[in-house]
Structures are given as structure tokens and as C-alpha cells.
Design a protein around this ligand. Structure first.
Ligand code: ZN
Ligand code: ZN
Length: 187
């Protein structure tokens, strides 16, 4: 039963490990399914207006991501899985399972379906992109995509800049943007 207590501890406290396990992939599966389910449920309303609202929700997620990363994760909550991620960026990090559900529950309460779906897509994009940029060989990427990845790696070298992971926009607006290094490979 050791694996059960380890899984429970990891789920409640979060952590980092050398190989991914099912907890690491959980959000990669659950949130896309949630987004697909909501789109299917709302299919009668799909159209340009719906897409615009979803784009606004996506943007809202990127703004929240910027401030969550800049304030709690580099403030009160730094000495946990985020510090571990900064010192061992190639490890597989999971947040405690109670981190994200309250954020999504709050977003669900204030947003209609379309922006909520955009918000979820923002989170999915964050999950996938952050995973890829730390685990893929960036030298194989087209140069524009590689610069986009290196831009986050600059944050790992200087934790006072480039807090946005999905979009550089908020770093430009809030004065924390720094140019990506010209070269680099795996984190
Ligand atoms: Zn990172
Ligand atoms: Zn950070």
C-alpha cells in the first residue's frame, strides 16, 4: 500500500519526480474533455460571437496565469513545487490537486460557457506548451517557435522577468519582458 500513500501525498502536497506518472497527466486529459463536453453542450450557440467570447476567456486565463506566477508562485508559495521546478526544470511537476479546481470553479461562476471554454483552452495550452518547452529538443523547432520557448527559459535564468508562459503580452504591458537568449536547447 506504499504506492497508495505516496500517490495520496503527491496528490495533496504536489511534488516533482523524474518520470511522469498518472497524476502528471490527469489535467492533460480532464480539462480537454471538459472543454469538448462544454462545446458539444453549447453547439447551438457556436459562431463568431461565441469564438470572440472564447478568445476573451483565453486572454483572461493568460492574465491570471501571469499574476498567479508573478505573485503567489514567486511569493508566498515559492518554496514548494515552484522552487523545485526552477532548480530542476526537466522534472515532472504536479501542483496539489486542490490548487486548480477552486480557480476553475470561480471562473465557472463568473463566466458564461464560451469564455469559460476559452479559459480552459488557455490552461490546456499552458500545460502542453510548458511541458514541450522543457522536454523537447528545441534545436529541432523552427526558429520562431524556438524563440518562443527560449523566452520562458529566460525566466528560469532570471526569475524577475517573463512571467507569462502562454503569451508575452502581459510582460510587455507590466514591464517584465526580457528578450529571449539567442541560442539554447533543452532546459
Ligand atoms: Zn518552466
Ligand atoms: Zn517561475
Amino acid at each position: 500500500m506504499t504506492w497508495l500513500s505516496n500517490a495520496a501525498r503527491l496528490a495533496l502536497r504536489g511534488g516533482a519526480f523524474a518520470r511522469p506518472n498518472w497524476l502528471f497527466w490527469l489535467d492533460f486529459i480532464l480539462y480537454p474533455l471538459l472543454a469538448i463536453g462544454l462545446v458539444v453542450r453549447d453547439c447551438d450557440a457556436l459562431g463568431w460571437r461565441w469564438a470572440g467570447l472564447a478568445a476573451a476567456g483565453f486572454l483572461g486565463f493568460t492574465l491570471l496565469e501571469y499574476w498567479m506566477h508573478r505573485l503567489p508562485l514567486h511569493g508566498l508559495l515559492y518554496h514548494g513545487s515552484h522552487e523545485r521546478h526552477h532548480t530542476h526544470p526537466a522534472e515532472y511537476v504536479v501542483f496539489p490537486i486542490w490548487y486548480t479546481p477552486p480557480i476553475f470553479a470561480g471562473a465557472w461562476m463568473v463566466l458564461s460557457v464560451a469564455p469559460f471554454v476559452g479559459f480552459i483552452i488557455g490552461y490546456c495550452w499552458f500545460l502542453v506548451w510548458h511541458h514541450v518547452l522543457h522536454h523537447a529538443d528545441l534545436n529541432r523547432f523552427p526558429s520562431a517557435v524556438r524563440r518562443y520557448a527560449l523566452w520562458h527559459l529566460a525566466h528560469h535564468h532570471d526569475p524577475g522577468c517573463n512571467f507569462g508562459i502562454t503569451l508575452p503580452l502581459w510582460d510587455y504591458l507590466f514591464g517584465t519582458w526580457r528578450a529571449a537568449p539567442q541560442s539554447g536547447g533543452r532546459a
